[in-house]
Every structure is written in C-alpha cells, then in structure tokens.
Design a protein around this ligand. Structure first.
Ligand code: NAI
Ligand code: 15L
Length: 268
C-alpha cells in the first residue's frame, strides 16, 4: 500500500516549509520534526537529531520518512559530524527499530560537486559518476548515500536518495538555471520516491526538466517522476545581470559551483 503517514524531518527549513504546503494534496498526513519550533504547527515535534528517544517516538507508526533535516551548507567538520552524519544514522536506526520500510533522503549535488560540469556537447552527468564531494557538507551527503545502501543490503530498508540541485521558489543564479528544481517538481519527485515500487536503494538527481540541464534525470523518471517545469523563462534576465558561466572561472567549472572554492557557511 502507498505510504500515508510520513515523518518530515527538517520541516521548519526552506524546503520543509514548501513541502508542508505541497505534499498534503497528494494525500499524505505529515508528522513534522525540526530542532526549531514551527509557527502555527503546535503538533510539530521540536527535537534535535541527536535525541534518539525523540526520534524513536517520532517514527512510531509512520509509513515512510522524508529526511531533510541537517546542516544544509558548509560548517566545521564537528558540526557536520553531529547533525548530518550521526543525525542521519540516528534516523536510520530509529526506522530500523520501528520497522519503517522507506526513507527518502535529501542528498545533494555537492556529493559530486567537484565533477566538471558539462560544456557544449559534453554528455549529461550520469548517475554512476564517481562521487567527488566538494565540502564536509558534501562528504556527509556521500556518507548518507552509503548509509542508505548499507541499510538496504543489511536490513531491507528502502531508500531513494535525491541529489537535489537547487530547490527554491525561483532560480537566482545562472548556475541554478541548470540545476533548479521548482518546488512543484520537488513535490512530484518526493511523491514518486514515496510511491514507486521496489526501489531498493536508488539514487537520483533532483531537478526540473531544465533546458540547460547538466545531469541525467532518467533514474528519477524511472520512479514515475514527470517534471513539468523548466528554468528557461528566468534565463534572459539572470544572464543579462550576471553574465554567462565562463569555463575559466573556478566557480563556473564544477557542478558544485562556489562550494568548491568559497562555500557558503551555515550561520548557526
Ligand atoms: P534548511 O537549512 O532551510 O533546512 C534544514 C532544516 O533542518 C532547518 O529547519 C534546521 O533547523 C533543521 N536541522 C538542522 N540540523 C538539525 C538537527 N541537528 N536536528 C533537527 N533539525 C535540524 O535546508 P533546505 O534548503 O530546506 O534543505 C533541506 C535538505 O535538503 C537539507 O538536508 C539539504 O542539505 C538538502 N538539500 C537542499 C537543497 C536546496 O536547494 N534547498 C539542495 C541540496 C540538498
Ligand atoms: C545545497 O546542497 C544547499 O543545501 C542549498 O542551499 C543550495 O546551496 C544548493 O545546494 C545549490 O547547490 O545551489
């Protein structure tokens, strides 16, 4: 049966806030968790991912988990270790103990951020491109993908790991024209990841069907995902303001953009 009750971790964050609006119309009942309280959501669970008792309680009775919580930018290794590496382990352990069968894990393009972006007629970046993390943050996402593989092989917990590009209401940089995932397409992809059968442990790239796409969306489409958006209507204005991506500029050379050279730092 399709999952109905779904734990959404990171529910107070940017994507979490978008998905709290966009997922219920698909028929999901969301249970919300974040370290920060969520205004207008008195039933949300306010807990840190290091709180194993709270996680145990949070996963009880859910059909699936969408795991978005964590540090979403670069940070000192010790912080990444606690929130993203140990935190994701704690989520998988809680799922194993409670018998939850499916997790959708928010991985990131930064797990492969040092991959050169395609130029001209270069082929799209395939799913099996070697991982090339661009930050401790990207390294934690690579760990999450391996953790997912281990929990599938060892414990039969299914995961769809989504290497998300940039999921924001609108693309705001020229790089994002290639990796933008509109919120509506994000919800479509999460729905596909929750409902596709026999996914085992699958990794997909997460974006809209952008004209300037850098990566292969076929594994996402194989889940039943049919993206409807394209960043192209934003292209003329962004390129007029910022210029084209120049191959000689290190911030333009790799998939991960400025994360490779001067990553944005987690503020807390
Ligand atoms: P965000 O930073 O806006 O939200 C993350 C949420 O996780 C925050 O509300 C924060 O309070 C919570 N959180 C952080 N550490 C926690 C902890 N130890 N315990 C409990 N909660 C904790 O990030 P955003 O943009 O919403 O991204 C969601 C997820 O998707 C993240 O895992 C991020 O790495 C991933 N992702 C997002 C992309 C995007 O374009 N938005 C791109 C690629 C990956
Ligand atoms: C990410 O992984 C970040 O969480 C998000 O804030 C964006 O910076 C995105 O990647 C990106 O590469 O644009």
């Amino acid at each position: 049966p399709a999952p109905r009750t779904v734990l959404l971790t990171g529910a107070a964050g940017g994507m979490g806030t978008l998905m709290r609006e966009l997922l219920p119309p698909y028929g999901y009942q969301l249970r919300l968790l974040d370290q920060l309280p969520i205004e207008g959501e008195p039933d949300a669970i306010t807990a840190d991912l290091s709180d194993r008792d709270a996680l145990r309680e949070a996963v009880r009775g859910v059909d699936a988990i969408i795991h978005l919580a964590g540090i979403s930018l670069e940070a000192p290794f010790e912080k990444i270790l606690r929130a993203n590496i140990e935190g994701t382990y704690n989520v998988y352990e809680a799922a194993r103990e409670a018998g939850v069968r499916r997790i959708v894990f928010a991985s990131s393009n930064h797990a492969v951020g040092f991959t050169p972006r395609p130029v001209g007629d270069d082929p799209l970046i395939p799913l099996d491109t070697p991982r090339r993390p661009d930050t401790y943050y990207g390294l934690s996402k690579a760990f999450g993908e391996d953790l997912a593989s281990f929990y599938w092989d060892k414990h039969g917990i299914e995961t769809v790991a989504i290497r998300i590009g940039s999921c924001f209401p609108e693309p705001t940089t020229v790089r994002m024209l290639s990796i933008w995932m509109s919120p509506a397409d994000g919800a479509r992809l999460l729905h596909a990841a929750l409902t596709a059968e026999n996914v085992g442990c699958t990794t997909v790239y997460g974006s809209s069907a952008n004209t300037r796409l850098w990566w292969d969306l076929s594994s996402a489409r194989a889940l039943g995902y049919e993206p409807r958006d394209d960043s192209e209507p934003y292209a003329a204005k962004l390129i007029a303001e910022q210029g084209e991506l120049e191959p000689g500029n290190p911030d333009h050379e790799y998939l991960g953009g400025a994360f490779c050279t001067n990553p944005p730092i987690w503020p807390r």
